[in-house]
Ligand binder design. Sequence first.
Ligand SMILES: [Zn+2]
Ligand SMILES: [Zn+2]
Length: 765
Amino acid sequence: MNSDAIRSEYLRFFEERGHTVVQSDSLVPAGDASLLFTGAGMNQFKDMFLGVGRQPYRRAASSQKCLRTGDIENVGRTARHHTFFEMLGNFSFGDYFKKEAVAWAWEFMSGVLGIERERMSVSIFRDDEEAFDLWRNLIGMPEKRIYRFGEHDNFWPADAPTLGPNGPCGPCSEIFVDLGADVGCRKNECSPACDCGRFVEVWNLVFTQFDRRDGGVLAPLPQRNIDTGMGLERIAAVMQGKLNNFETDLLFPLVQQAAAVSGRRYGAEHENDRRMKRIADHARAVTFAMADGALPSNEGRGYVVRRLIRRAELDGAALGVNEPFLHHMVETVGKLMGGVYPEVVERAANIGAFIRSEEERFRRTLENGVDRLDAMTRRLPKGGVFPGQEAFVLYDTYGFPVELTREILAEKEVVLDEDGFRSAMETRREETRSKAAFGAIFPSGPLEAVKAKFKPTEFTGYFTDGCEEILGALVAGCGVVGELAEGEEGVAVFARSPFYAEAGGQVADTGTLSQPSGEADVVDVQKSGGVFLHRVKVRKGVLKTGEKTRLDVDTARRLAIKRNHTATHLLHRALREIIGEHVEQAGSHVSPERLRLDFTHFEALPQEVIEKVEERVNRWIISDRPVNAVDMPLEEARRSGALALFGEKYGEVVRMVDVEGTSRELCGGTHLERTGRVGPFLIQREESVSAGVRRIEALTGDNAWKAINAARKELSGVVRELKAPSGETIARVEALKTRLKELERELREARTRGGAGIPPAPERI
Ligand SMILES: [Zn+2]
Ligand SMILES: [Zn+2]
């Protein structure tokens, strides 16, 4: 069975059992800075899992794109480690529980996939008698093929009962497939507990039923959930009779391509095979990460992407490939996966161009790295010790793998201080780990309690600048409070709000709240789980929960934001028309002061092009086109040619902002009703952000007019000083410059003639 069939059969199976099939979340988690990349199917259901906010369905199934780098050193070495992989999952949010989860998993494995029952065994958590009973009596699994493991292997999160964290947790049950007695260690006592590879763990069922509290107390959870995950690459290997995931239809064409560009044969030499597998893995990972908007850079997600490209490049170089090659593999990834994930085909040209420029750049960096290593070893005697910290810097900063450092050092008969290197690595790992702590993924506290109580806030700001609502809740410091006194700060929540919460590059609205007893300034609005959190500071009197409240948006500021947002759409469209359709928005920032648009393009824009873009936008403004926003199904919006942005994930229903005859974008921001109100549009600067990404900053409305006026004033000052008739200023400046040069020459000549009374030459005129 090919992998496309496995994926679609899986989703169909669970759809038939009342699950809503949800499209994969972006690899770049929206609004979750604590997470580098999406690493599990559950991420996008976090709020439903916690019972927070809207619950449109209680059963879901998905095939999730995942990217993890924790095991990167094992990729290519083992049969089953990947950075990018797909996770099939079915989920229940307070709906069905263990019995159905077990029965359906079994039915899918043995019925739909047709895997012989005798080849399968399962593991359960040591104390989970309920799971044991289901496998033994409902399924009829022989007792000797039900393995009991401890909390390290069969509990989520691992070791949670003993080590924490507090919060939702529960036992797991895993399904293993036996690849046969001739695979792996070939020992009689081999079992799923053995890591020789004979028993493949394909499916993990997590039964979230406890709320861990201090002291390891496991209290029952009011809403019990099911969270399962089956690695598509693993099950594909089982179904296709492969011992190695890289030989499945998901990855083998990429391995073969790596073999072809290097002119080598896969299967001929162990170390080379590893390199080809790593290249295949990294080609997929970077293509998908970039399609979701993570472009190579020096920090965060972009840094991971850059490192992956560099590692693949090193493997290519070691295989004897002397020129950039990885960018060619983007097309193959598209052919393999584009049917399910159209973004890798739609963005292929840009992704390829980015990778190519990274590859070229890295090949230069590499030469520098080798030079650096050379320079440092030259000072060491034969048999000397190379500092581990230095090797780490080479690894971390130059992307220079430690194996390569070891190899080069060995040639020079110098040894690496392995302990020093390991401890530097460990320090870095600790830093990364603390950033991705569980607390951030499942935060708790008063805000969470408030969010759990409220439905997502209804945004009324598309139609109105103000309204009256009952103040639903106030949070201050570490608790829910009844009121806030003068000078105090807190967070206010309403069922409906005209305030725009920061999103999609547009800053939040500000304004005021007023009650008979007091007034407060709204200084910021953030969205969390759909609930708008208004950050307020009481200016006068007292703000009370439960009171009727007047919410007023600062309309002048909102209008300035609208101008800049509508102008951003026009600018984006003008760039695509004038420079080309490869231009894609890579980021934007819309505030009352200015707008900023980052877009994909490889070189600086010449002055004429900037002027042309500015002119086109101004013409669209002057022709005063209507701007319409309509909600429609995502599919319909796509068909009508609306532009979806790089790395954005959209719901089933989207808002399409249409500027008559020019731009169509999916956008949740606030916009003008007609383009005429943008007023003058002025590009202030165009610059580089990173390789392949340019940035334009521009002004609109009074800000543009003020900037033009300031420039005009300066110019008229110059004109006045020159006393030149209008239109002759430049000629006059030219004449002055010529005259100045003549005078300088005459002065020099006078000095060489030894003229008396001429002062000594100044440093510079
Ligand atoms: Zn074994
Ligand atoms: Zn927009």
